[in-house]
Design a protein around this ligand. Structure first.
Ligand SMILES: Cc1cc2nc3c(=O)[nH]c(=O)nc-3n(C[C@H](O)[C@H](O)[C@H](O)COP(=O)(O)O)c2cc1C
Length: 178
């Protein structure tokens, strides 16, 4: 009994340290979308990752408790909208449980049928090619079918549990080819 309680306490400590450690890894922020039954749905995520160039694959990780993903997954395709610094207020509101994920933003359906924000830094449409169970999340892999790129602007960054804007003016060391 006592051992069980201390094991749970250690697990809580590890979970907290894990969250803190990964919070030190800055990420971008994206709105993943779909329109199941013609109704636009969206999920703010920071788990977006490029997976493969040939073929072009990306992934993101919706929570197994996400009610929104439970609806979105039915379409077997999804949109990815890369958010800019100017989307901070939108991202803050849209990440609340039960929020209207399209309030105050302009969007239209892309050629593949996913809602795309008109002013996203980049917007992609993907076909879902795999959905792996991974702990309390899913790893969803999508094959990119359409890409729309907008003029570059300051990105929205998530770091130590807060939104930041990156200062592009300080980028002095570009890596070739990206
Ligand atoms: C910066 C940021 C990143 C997030 N990343 C994810 C994510 O990768 N996966 C996820 O399921 N939820 C993520 N969330 C939480 C969801 O946006 C959302 O709040 C939650 O899933 C709402 O519940 P619902 O899916 O039932 O509507 C993130 C929230 C914030 C603010």
């Amino acid at each position: 009994m006592a051992r069980g309680a201390s094991t749970r306490a250690i697990e809580r400590l590890i979970a907290g340290a894990f969250r803190t450690a990964l919070g030190r890894f800055p990420t971008g922020v994206a709105l993943v979308t779909a329109a199941p039954g013609g109704e636009p749905a969206g999920l703010i995520v920071n788990s977006l990752t490029s997976v493969s160039l040939e073929p072009p694959l990306l992934s993101f990780c919706p929570s197994r408790s996400s009610l929104t993903w439970a609806r979105m997954r039915r379409t077997q395709r999804f949109g990815v909208n890369v958010l800019a610094r100017r989307h901070e207020g939108f991202a803050r509101r849209a990440s609340q449980r039960g929020a209207d994920r399209f309030a105050g933003v302009d969007w239209e359906l892309g050629p593949g049928g996913a809602p795309l924000l008109t002013d996203a830094l980049a917007a992609l449409e993907c076909d879902t090619v795999a959905e792996h169970a991974a702990g309390d999340h899913w790893i969803v892999v999508g094959r990119v079918e359409n890409i729309r790129i907008s003029p570059v602007d300051d990105p929205l960054v998530f770091f130590v549990g807060a939104f930041f804007g990156a200062d592009r003016g300080r980028s002095v060391s570009p890596i070739g080819g990206v």
